[in-house]
Ligand binder design. Sequence first.
Ligand code: IVH
Length: 681
Amino acid sequence: MTTAAPALSLTDRAAYDHAVEQALAASAAYYQDGNTTLDDASYDALARGIAAYEEAYPDHVRADSPTGKVGGGVAPVGDVAHTVAMLSLDNVFDAEGLTKWDASLARRIDHPVEGGYAVEPKLDGAAMAARYRDGRLVQLVGRGNGTHGEDLSHAIGSIVGLPTQVPGGATVEIRGEVLLTRDQFEKANEIRSAHNAKVFSNPRNGTAGTLRAKDRPYTIETTFFAYGAVALDGVDFLTGTGHEAVMDQVAALGVQTTSATDVGLRVYGTLAQVQARVEEIQHLRAELPFGIDGVVIKADDYTEQRTAGFGTRHPHWAIAYKLPPVEAQTKLLAVEWNVGRTGHIAPRAVLEPVEVDGSTVTYATLHNPAFIRNSGLKVGDTVVLYKAGDIIPRVEAPVVALRTGEETDILLPEACPGCGGDIDKSGERWECAGGASGGCGKLPSLKYAVGRDQLDIDGLGVTYLETLVDAGLVDDAADLFFLSQKQLAEATGSDKRADALLVQLAKAKEQPLNRVFCALGVVRTGRTLSREIARHFGTMDAIRAATPDELAEVNKLPGANAPKIAAHIAALGPVIDKLAKAGVNMVEPSVGDTETGSRPLAGEAVVVTGGMHGALAGRNRNEMNELIERAGGTASGSVSKKTTILVAGEGAGSKLAKAEQLGTRVLTEDEFAALIADYLD
Ligand code: IVH
């Protein structure tokens, strides 16, 4: 089968031997404790290198070669015979590979595919057969070597999507993938931390480990998605004549299928539609609640499947279209500690640069000190790195099997790396004990408050701010409004600059509430949420009076953050009072008397991409978002199914492509400017 990803090139027999041993060791480690020594892409490249060498030198093929064996020949076999062999799938990596597969399928069935192509996600977990007899879930069997699998029935009752009873007394074997969703993965690691067990390095390894474990003092919940069904005990239960129909029958039993997700099964008539759907799924990938490593394409019609038949390892009627890996291995070179605007002290990994999901990654988040402690990470470790789409790259775990003994412990800071003061270690996140306003967060929070998207005080750079802080004149943003011309002139060394700043400060007092609120730098809020909060409550007094439950009603505000936000607003009381005393505006202007419903963007979810010109020239993204919301719409940064308008400026790229794929309405800058003309200043 054609592949786009390069195979490892093996030039002599010694290299071949070494490669076989590496592959066997990697599979063995994976099946032993769920910890791989190689990431997927490296394993694939190695396996394809081995296969290429074996084709060139058939005499050299080793009996223990992983080629041609399900699970690389080392999967736990178990002793439950499979009703029908559980095979794996052949891979392609690009449109060309897909076309070649389609051509070979057409040759096998003597005509182009007529019954359509079923397209569904390739779920990244562990294969499982669930046997229902007379409506009861009686046995779970792992894939094993394809003909025999291990009995995993002890997991019955802990798998979401696999009910223990189904209606109608059905007798049938349902096949699918068991996995840990991202939420389940996080929860699993919390449970494991609490039991002093090693945390799972990623959801797939966690699934493998969880399914095998029998006598744990705790239960870890997993999730099942069906992707097939076969007859059991010769009972004629399945009536559908194709994949989609049978999956509908499975779903009707209450067993979860992929149709419960955004990337669920769809059937297409042409390969071009299949290719477009693959790209669509690739875009949706980062937002899915579980991991996928590809897209599976199957001839939907069972007659066509039967005619196409099976090879030794793969069905000819199905193919896995692999997506670029979102995981990679690289070296942890160092750990940096940075202090954020709110005084949060965060560890950051400095990595040997590595390519993941289309970009080079050099830094990744290490979350918090608890993560470092629980994962046992050391400097010099080979680490598993995860990055998909726009999400911040994160280190998942060290690959302990690749340690050389040269690794060194990560030193946790004794004092705040920003100001040298104490660290508040009471929570999972460490904070500078001085907090945002007192400690080393003071300057960053002042800089943030005067920024273009907040109070927008032009000409008040960090050097002047530092001088004002050092002179003891400014502790928080409110103090700025009480500075005299003389004080400003001293700090900036110029009367003219002081005059200009006074004009800016007077202007800043008139900013709308959303910007004044944003300038406070409340934890877990940024520009978007500040606009939502200001719009929801209308006045600063109403915001201050809001209980956490009332805050949680604000659009886009995660309920779990509401208590923290409320507490911080309360703590900022004196600063807010001072701002009010200075005459700073504390209300969100309503747009005339117009009801939201009659504004031009009422009910529209708008995303802006590319550079703005013409009537919209010079507006940054935040200003565009403010404009959208004044005109009654909601603004968002990324295109999804919910987006109703994409404004495409100069150089619009992937967002435009995605909008076109989703059939979203696309407007040029001029069309958009005309639509909201009444709201342009
Ligand atoms: S069909 C005979 N469909 O990928 C065809 N497999 O490398 C059997 N997988 O062992 C598989 N999502 O564990 C199929 N939608 C999907 C799948 C899927 C994930 C796994 C499965 C299989 C492996 C093949």
